[in-house]
Design a protein around this ligand. Structure first.
Ligand code: KG4
Ligand code: ZN
Length: 377
């Protein structure tokens, strides 16, 4: 039997055999709500059933700005949340036991919108509420497999997590669920931001990652030798540095300079755009893979775990696996299915499930735009 207590009287979870979690994620430009049911069977295995998982994308709205416009995103979240939560509750057809909500990192006005909504709902339904770290959620979404929570086995850890999104590029050493150490991160733009900004320079639309990766799809590209005139050599920033940090703003500038140096006719040509897309994608992949392999070797990792929108990139996944094979590094490669790489609330629910097992006290939740994975919420 499940016994969960309300946030106000700060009591703790006693037992858990069965619980329904409603999760809210509004850290950026997607309004996401999920409801999941977690059930423990006699052997202690936890089965997860997704009752509802809704992502309301604001992409079209932000496309004209070439990136996310926070005030607009906040307004959309405020408008969308009541509608989506109502729809999710209807789809689930269940009472909920716990609410989990993203507290950071992310855009502060957007985070507050989700937190305020979740807090009001928790008071109204008299259910506890729990704060979630968005980066941890991107990682923990890998711990659900065929509707079961992975048994946390020692074979998984230590793991190296590569979290790459529109806002973050981080390499994280994971020793267990809840035990993280940031090894390195970007010093300026995130890899996803680089995809988005270079796509904007090329006039391709937003978000840039999926557009560039589609254009860079080698099958669609003319494989005939490139004329000297169309050769593009972009830098691989920091690739040879003995650390786990990244930098992508120089890559963006190099794209801008190359673009500016071309004639109007070349800039608009399909051949140039495709070659440029391929080169941007490859430059980003090369750096991500080189640093990830270094971290794997240096820390004797048993697994590599991917998370964040950029890890939806098929070529990145393929080349990472190839590099592991080529270097005869045998390990688990955990990668979410593509729709779960980008922001969603199912990952927030899974993180909520893990938190609920250890979190004793429920407190008021505050947004923290710069929340780190190794920081207490
Ligand atoms: O994790 P996410 O949905 O939101 C953040 O937390 O930022 O990541 C969004 C980012 C965007 O920059 C988008 O361009 C990038 O992920 N992205 C991709 C792909 N799909 C999304 N980048 C490269 N290849 C993709 N297939
Ligand atoms: Zn994200």
């Amino acid at each position: 039997m499940l016994r969960l207590y309300s946030g106000n009287d700060k009591k703790e979870i006693k037992t858990f055999l069965y619980m329904t979690i409603l999760a809210i994620e509004t850290s950026c430009d997607d309004t996401c709500v999920a409801i999941v049911e977690a059930k423990k069977n006699k052997s202690g295995q936890v089965n997860f059933k997704v009752l509802s998982n809704i992502v309301s994308s604001q992409v079209k709205l932000h496309a004209k700005y070439g990136g996310v416009y926070p005030a607009l995103a906040k307004r959309e979240h405020q408008k969308n949340l009541p509608i989506i939560v109502k729809k999710a509750l209807k789809e689930a057809g269940k009472n909920i036991d716990l609410i989990s909500v993203t507290a950071g990192p992310g855009l502060e006005p957007c985070l507050w919108t989700g937190i305020n909504f979740a807090t009001d709902l928790s008071k109204k339904l008299k259910k506890p509420i729990i704060a979630i770290n968005h980066i941890e959620a991107h990682i923990l979404v890998n711990f659900i497999n065929q509707n079961q929570i992975l048994k946390i086995k020692s074979e998984i850890f230590p793991a190296i997590c590569l979290v790459v999104s529109g806002g973050h590029t981080q390499l994280i050493l994971m020793k267990d669920v809840g035990k993280y150490q940031i090894l390195g991160e970007t010093r300026d733009d995130a890899a996803g931001e680089c995809f988005d900004k270079t796509a904007r320079i090329l006039g391709l639309g937003y978000p840039g990652g999926p557009i560039i990766s589609r254009l860079a799809d080698k099958q669609g590209i003319d494989q005939s030798p490139v004329s000297d005139e169309l050769k593009i050599d972009l830098p691989r920033p920091m690739i040879s540095q003995e650390n786990y940090d990244f930098s992508f703003s120089g890559l963006k500038t190099a794209v801008l300079y190359d673009f500016k140096s071309r004639t109007d006719k070349t800039r608009k040509s399909k051949e140039y755009i495709q070659k440029m897309a391929l080169e941007i994608q490859q430059a980003i992949i090369d750096v991500l893979i080189k640093k990830t392999l270094k971290a794997i070797r240096d820390y004797g990792a048993k697994s590599v775990i991917l998370g964040g929108g950029v890890t939806a990139n098929k070529e990145l996944r393929k080349q990472l696996q190839q590099s592991l094979d080529n270097q005869k590094i045998k390990m688990n490669l955990l990668a979410p299915e593509q729709v779960l790489c980008t922001d969603n609330a199912l990952m927030t629910a899974i993180a909520g499930f893990f938190q609920s097992l250890k979190r004793k006290k429920w407190k008021n939740i505050k947004a923290n735009a710069n929340l780190k994975i190794d920081e207490k919420i």
